[in-house]
Ligand binder design. Sequence first.
Ligand code: NCD
Length: 338
Amino acid sequence: MRHLLATEGLSLENAVRILDTAEEMAAVGEREIKKLPALRGRTVVNLFFEDSTRTRISFEAAAKRLSADVINFAAKGSSVSKGESLKDTAQTLEAMSADAVVIRHWASGAPHRLAESGWINAAVINAGDGTHEHPTQALLDAFTLRRHWSRLAGTPSAGGNLAGMRIAVAGDVLHSRVARSNVWLLQTLGASVTLVAPPTLLPVGVEAWPCEVSYDLDSVLDRGVDAIMMLRVQAERMQASFFPSPREYSRRWGFDDARLARLDELGLADTVILHPGPMNRGLEISSAAADSPRSTVLAQVRNGVSVRMAALYLLLSGNLHPEPAPGHRAATTSETAL
Ligand code: NCD
């Protein structure tokens, strides 16, 4: 496997190898000197066509902890805003001898295009493409959940076993690459996933995904969940009105204070709350929930660095197994569009 483009089609073997290596990387992160020489002399380019705070910083920290040289390339203020195509940008990077290109793009399928085009030799890592996939986010979520699940079981955080874990992923599924990547990865790792959203915020074809679907957050909580992942309402991707009002949204689909209290009433003492960030406090999640001891939001950010170190290291050292052709579910972007 040369590129990390999606979790759809990512084998259990490779997923576990990334998660187990991330545990080793996390141990390095606890040392006083957090740096490893593993990628000394290699160049990692962060190619961001969409705004990002934590993902870009996280990849930068990961590459630097592995001693790689890092070039940050933001599309705003670059020749991309003058209309330069992905192909020209890619070939410029190739001429600079990039070993890995971490790409975030507003177009679903752009990372696949880059990886399969022959324009570059570098390993390509998808850092979020349109509404398609965000595999390293799903891996860091799985890493966070695996640690939680194994702590409860009193076993080391290793292997792929999330069997028996019930996970609800709730909110704006329609626009969420995080939801897509998580559904595929979590089911590969053995968890059972329920998507919860208003009907207007569920994608066409969701019936074919390996998960259950519900419109009713309270009934999903009442049945019992071990983790609940809240998704951001992605207003910037909404051209129409998908729900009556923010108040109505947070009452029906937000993780508010009442639902936080409900977890205690239900005796769900070990249920954790995830959010990929950035959060709309008061909309999909209340401040009390986001800042409660159940919240894993900051642990997710911390774990993101370890997981991205693992992905960069394994791809650049050729230590992942060959995969069958990756899924092309939303990889529909044409060359001209880029
Ligand atoms: C997510 C993204 O960009 O897809 N955020 C992130 O990577 N931390 C989720 C989001 O923007 O809501």
